[in-house]
Design a protein around this ligand. Structure first.
Ligand SMILES: CSCCC(=O)/C(O)=C/O
Ligand SMILES: [Fe+2]
Ligand code: NI
Length: 227
């Protein structure tokens, strides 16, 4: 089960946990609010048939998938790859991983540039937004097997920090400033308010529902246009 915490500033072996003293854990809600990192819990025993992963893939347009195994035996150019994963970097696209076996740490920077460590193991699926500075390391088990997803043709290229002038970085900072959750909460408040008003003005519940679906559709269109 995933856990996330703020890291200490100790630069020794990155495969260790690196808790602060005392430890400062962070909930998945706060992780999303502070970084935009999303989390899904997937049942790895049933995911090929239960439809949960299929729905996520369909909703989010993940058209490509493959598997990566990080271990000395299985990863070509192991030392080099492990070194590049732990370098602080960003990508122009989301980094989407579903852990099937083993474990590891994804570290992401929050808005104040502090490292948050996300400990992932089997069943943990995380979506790291494009433009966020992050890194990956194996833990002391030295093994992880994960699915990688992508929208369209995969681009794995990391851009090491500093990459502050990249459009995806500016875009990410803009989203961070606006607040990852506030936008969703605002929409929910608007819809709740709308439903109350419509029902109060003697609209039938069905018509109110219809108006809300129309509003949602309109908001989605506007969002896609302006994002
Ligand atoms: C478990 S996936 C290996 C790490 C990786 O692919 C990546 O891009 C880290 O930033
Ligand atoms: Fe990455
Ligand atoms: Ni990467």
């Amino acid at each position: 089960m995933v856990k996330a915490w703020y890291m200490d500033n100790d630069l020794s072996d990155q495969r260790l946990e690196h808790h602060r003293n005392p430890p400062e854990f962070i909930s998945l809600d706060d992780l999303y609010k502070k970084t935009g990192v999303e989390y899904f819990n997937i049942n790895i025993n049933t995911f090929t048939t239960d439809g949960v992963l299929d729905k996520i893939k369909k909703d989010r347009g993940y058209t490509y998938e493959d598997e990566i195994v990080c271990s000395k035996e299985c990863l070509p150019n192991y030392e080099e790859k492990i070194k590049s994963f732990i370098e602080e970097h960003l990508h122009t696209d989301e980094e989407i991983r579903l852990v099937l076996d083993g474990s590891g740490y994804f570290d992401v920077r929050d808005g104040s540039d502090h490292w948050i460590r996300i400990a992932v193991s089997a069943g943990d699926m995380i979506v790291i937004p494009s433009g966020i500075y992050h890194r990956f390391t194996l833990d002391t088990n030295n093994f992880i097997r994960a699915k990688r997803f992508f929208i369209g043709e995969p681009v794995w290229l990391p851009y090491n920090r500093p990459a502050d002038e990249m459009p995806c970085r500016k875009d990410y900072l803009h989203k961070l400033e606006k607040g990852f959750v506030d936008a969703n909460i605002n929409v929910l408040y608007v819809l709740k308010f709308l439903k109350l008003r419509l029902v109060k003005t003697k609209f039938s519940l069905d018509m109110a529902e219809g108006m809300i679906i129309f509003t949602l559709w309109y908001i989605a269109l506007a969002y896609n246009y302006y994002k």
